[in-house]
Design a protein around this ligand. Structure first.
Ligand code: 5GP
Ligand code: ZN
Length: 114
């Protein structure tokens, strides 16, 4: 089982901010900005490239949850960045879909450039 599946099943700890039937959200272990949250599907899907038509509700849920967490953390008004890395060229290191919610500071255009 991958690390993010284990976090979703609470087999390894994380600073959980939100969960429902489809998704979980927790703080990134190595934040690159003051607010750095990861929103993941509870079921294992490797990347956005592996999403299927039946996952449409799940994909929408990840964005809605990111939006609500941004509101709860009071960064909504100033703004933030949502980021999916997809595959090797996209710089994805964790092979389980995760949406980065990045904020709390003015962000440079290139986060972790390669
Ligand atoms: P990627 O580069 O795949 O888009 O992002 C993976 C992210 O997962 C990185 O920002 C990394 O810090 C984070 N991460 C990796 N392992 C763990 C972990 O065990 N716990 C948490 N909370 N975050 C992790
Ligand atoms: Zn997984």
């Amino acid at each position: 089982m991958c690390i993010f599946c284990k976090i979703a099943k609470k087999e390894i700890p994380a600073e959980l901010l939100y969960e429902d039937d489809l998704v979980a959200a927790f703080k990134d272990i190595k934040p690159i900005v003051p607010v750095h949250v990861l929103i993941i599907p509870k079921k294992h899907i490797e990347s956005i490239a592996d999403l299927q038509d039946k996952d449409e509700v799940l994909a929408g849920r990840m964005i809605m949850v990111a939006k609500k967490i941004a509101q709860n953390l009071n960064i909504s008004e100033k703004g933030y960045k949502l980021l999916f890395r997809v595959g090797r060229d996209g710089g994805q290191e964790m092979p389980h879909i995760h949406l980065h919610l990045l904020g709390g500071a003015r962000l440079s255009e290139n986060i972790r450039p390669v």
